[in-house]
Design a protein around this ligand. Structure first.
Ligand SMILES: Cc1cc2nc3c(=O)[nH]c(=O)nc-3n(C[C@H](O)[C@H](O)[C@H](O)COP(=O)(O)OP(=O)(O)OC[C@H]3O[C@@H](n4cnc5c(N)ncnc54)[C@H](O)[C@@H]3O)c2cc1C
Length: 472
């Protein structure tokens, strides 16, 4: 039996008494992330906020010595109950580790502490006149959390996900040792790739304390196109032709107009396309206005051939901001009725089939499953709702929604697997999808994952019970 009173006393001697939180009011916020299912809410025994990398290492050492489970927490914006302290123990918040360690425009890199928000990181990078492309939807996420989840976002088509940019990490291991992985260099063929092993490991293999990312020159001009189609299948069917052209858009999003109604109501703004039932939203970037407009002309020819009803260019910055806001607020608009937001990723050629399958499930179970997503990288977002949805209005709760939700989830994951996809493209497995991952992975893959976990965390101290379940 762990003596938590002793743990608290010893933790206070490391970080100071103000940074070890134990009262209900103080720790309640650490019991959940953005994932809505209440069954995964779990209070920690305490939350601790170290002020340095060395303090972080000392806290992990203390947990290892006293066998106290420790769950790292970033901005808490995760959508898979990843930072919930499911095994009890303590939450380690990285929020005080939010400084710049080294801004290096010469090498196009910046090294920051893991608790810096993405919002602040973008500001620092902008001051360097450079560009950090990944943009997962919520800028309140911390860079450490984004690395731990290998976050994605809409710009992944052209620029890839977070892992493409991480060149170095500082990590506290389960026994409290600090390890430096990678650095400012781009290439390495020097031994096992431990850096990549940590990316997407969701706090189960180490606590990330510093992150070095490589940066790109700023793209300059950005334009948004809205292209309506008769239906979503037709919209998605044009995407391969778009990608075969000599232009790679930053983003190719598909959106059904019935789903957009929710965001239109929330924001009291309207989507520019009124014809058709679905739109593609393309974001193009380039060095000059002429370059981007010429890309837009090429796109017009392609989408016209593919049956587009129109092509609308957001003509000024404010119209462009409205379009982007309507897309980015879809989650917020649907949130009050949402049980779970899925992030299945299938090969691009399978998106239309997967979306049709979602519509079939709506008919089969009499539920609304509003769906949109990143058409060019195969990442589909389906909201499972506990309520009815009618013309953008979230209505009454559906009796028996809990059972239906579980069935919908099983069906969606099975469809993803049958199409050669994965159950999470960017949000991570966390607790919410752990049992599904376990059931779906080939035995040898599961064995390897468990072997890695046991090698790096033999006492199962770090975020126990997440991603894969291991017995000590
Ligand atoms: C409105 C909205 C839109 C979103 N859109 C997107 C999107 O487009 N693309 C996308 O990819 N995601 C999206 N997300 C999900 C979310 O923002 C990402 O998963 C985010 O990267 C998680 O960062 P965080 O700091 O909030 O991590 P948390 O939620 O705090 O933690 C996530 C996981 O990382 C672990 N962790 C956190 N910090 C560390 C650390 N320093 N060391 C080791 N492990 C750590 C935690 O234990 C947990 O397992 C969205 C979320 C919201 C609410």
């Amino acid at each position: 039996m762990v003596n938590m009173e002793e743990w608290v006393k010893r933790a206070e001697s490391i970080v100071g008494s103000g940074n070890v939180l134990t009262s209900f009011e103080d720790i309640e916020a650490f019991s959940h992330d953005e994932y809505a299912m209440e069954e995964f809410v779990c209070l920690p025994a305490a939350a601790v906020r170290p002020g340095s990398e060395e303090e972080t290492a000392a806290i992990v050492r203390l947990c290892a010595e006293m066998k106290v489970p420790l769950t790292a927490r970033g901005g808490g914006t995760g959508l898979s109950a990843g930072c919930v302290p499911a095994a009890g123990g303590v939450v380690l918040s990285l929020s005080r580790l939010d400084g710049v360690v080294d801004a290096d425009p010469g090498n196009h890199t910046i090294t920051v502490q893991a608790g810096m928000t993405l919002h602040d990181l973008y500001q620092h990078v902008k001051e360097m006149n450079l560009f950090f492309p990944p943009h997962p939807g919520d800028e309140g996420a911390f860079i450490g959390g984004a690395v731990a989840a290998n976050a994605g976002g809409a710009r992944a088509v052209k620029y890839g996900t977070v892992k493409r940019y991480v060149t170095g990490l500082q990590v506290v291991l389960a026994d409290g040792r600090i390890v430096e992985l990678g650095g400012k260099f781009i290439k390495s063929s020097s031994g096992y790739n431990l850096l990549d092993l940590m990316i997407g490991s969701e706090g189960t293999l180490g606590v990330i304390t510093r992150v070095t990312v490589s940066l790109l020159p700023s793209p300059g001009i950005v334009k948004t196109l809205v292209i309506p189609f008769a239906d979503v299948e037709q919209a998605i069917s044009v995407v391969p032709s778009i990608l075969r052209a000599d232009i790679i858009p930053c983003a190719v999003e598909f959106l059904e107009h019935s789903v957009l109604r929710c965001a239109e109501r929330l924001l009291d703004k309207s989507w520019p396309a009124r014809d058709g039932a679905a739109s593609l939203m393309l974001i193009l970037d380039g060095r000059s206005e002429d370059e981007v407009l010429s890309q837009a002309e090429d796109m017009a020819a392609i989408v016209e051939e593919g049956g587009a009803l129109d092509m609308l260019l957001a003509e000024n910055d404010s119209r462009q901001a409205d379009v982007l806001e309507l897309r980015s607020m879809l989650y917020e608009a649907l949130r009050p009725g949402t049980v779970e937001l899925f992030d299945i990723c299938v090969p691009r050629s399978e998106i239309a089939g997967h979306v049709s399958f979602v519509h079939e499930l709506e008919q089969r179970y009499g539920v609304s499953l509003p769906t949109y997503g990143h058409a060019a990288d195969g990442n589909v977002h389906t909201h499972s709702l506990r309520c009815r949805l009618d013309d953008g209005i979230i209505g009454e709760e559906i009796p028996g929604w809990h059972e239906t939700h579980e069935q919908v989830r099983r069906d969606l994951f099975a469809d993803a697997a049958a199409r050669g996809g994965v159950i999470s493209g960017e949000h991570g497995i966390g607790l919410a999808k752990r049992d599904h991952l376990t059931a779906m992975l080939p035995a040898v893959n599961l064995d390897l994952m468990k072997a890695v976990k046991r090698a790096l965390d033999p006492d199962n101290i770090l975020n126990p019970g997440k991603v894969v379940y291991v017995d000590v």
